[in-house]
Design a protein around this ligand. Structure first.
Ligand code: NAD
Length: 265
């Protein structure tokens, strides 16, 4: 089994990564960053997000493991003092893996036939930073509403505890195979009207946003910010691809939510 160990720049993470690499080599694993079978991240959720995008082209072939060096994260199941147990678990392949849904984002432009595709682990958000964003929202190719406001965001179930939650989205259990559409500061008055509530879209449905032509948009895909010129539409749906986590520790999801946001249990 070829393993890549990816750490953030914090001293603790760098030290843990060094220790883990030594333990992996001693156990007979091969360290390999180009074409790994397993990617182990050391840090927090952001470190795992980064690693996901580094290896997104090999997403069908790679399994992820997150070790956290700070607070328990949503993508990080292992603690930094459990390295021996983690190596043993990998050696014996005792824990079963889990798959989480990813978001497929397709962009079209008014000045070219070419389209762009992204996969997101947390969410994709589009904003018009200069003026009110106007977007026609289609669900399954049927016009649902015309949105006016700062922007629109579509998140995965695992992304529901990230930006989506901050803009009023529901927390969704990762086993629910659905995506969530959230408004960012919509204008709702007697003239302009959009639903104003988060919408949970089923697996076999998709969202299309038709954007006002000629405006400049900012696209956020997880931690990336990508300025967009001549963007005319976005189609968002659950991807056929999924992310796999190896040696998954079954932390009770709602306990994890409590731990992250309430901290009383
Ligand atoms: P970052 O790496 O500084 O992350 C911001 C916070 O979001 C961190 O505390 C991180 O642990 C947490 N986070 C990331 N993914 C999460 C998830 N799935 N569930 C719960 N918490 C999660 O910020 P960045 O590099 O700019 O962006 C990474 C992600 O952070 C984005 O995908 C976005 O969802 C989130 N974010 C949230 C806000 C907000 O809530 N206002 C703002 C910026 C970014």
């Amino acid at each position: 089994m070829n393993i890549a160990v990816v750490a953030n720049t914090a001293k603790k993470s760098v030290d843990v990564a060094k220790e883990l690499k030594e333990k992996l080599v001693a156990a007979g694993f091969i360290l390999e960053t180009e074409k790994p079978d397993v990617v182990i991240t050391i840090g927090g959720d952001g470190t795992l997000l980064n690693a996901f995008h580094t290896y997104v082209d090999r997403i069908d072939l790679v399994r992820f493991i997150g070790v956290h060096t700070g607070h328990l994260g949503f993508y990080t199941d292992w603690r930094d003092y459990e390295l021996d147990l983690l190596v043993k678990s990998l050696k014996e392949e005792v824990s079963k893996g889990v798959y989480y849904p990813l978001l497929d984002v397709k962009l079209t432009y008014s000045d070219t036939e070419e389209t762009k595709h992204f996969l997101a682990l947390n969410e994709a958000t589009v904003k018009n930073l200069d003026k009110t964003m106007v977007a026609e929202v289609y669900i399954k190719d049927e016009l649902f509403e015309t949105f006016r406001g700062d922007g629109l965001s579509v998140s995965t179930p695992t992304g529901s505890t990230a930006y989506s939650k901050s803009i009023g989205g529901a927390v969704i259990h990762p086993r629910v195979n659905a995506i969530q559409l959230n408004e960012v500061a919509s204008i709702n008055n007697r003239v302009y009207r959009s639903l104003g509530s988060p919408m949970i879209i089923a697996k076999d449905e998709w969202i299309r946003l038709e954007l006002k032509k000629g405006d400049n948009y900012q696209l956020h895909v997880d931690h990336f910010v990508i300025p967009q010129e001549n963007l005319s539409s976005m189609t968002l749906k659950i991807s056929d691809k999924r992310i796999q986590f190896a040696s998954y520790r079954h932390t009770h999801f709602w306990r994890r939510v409590n731990d992250a946001f309430i901290g009383e249990s």
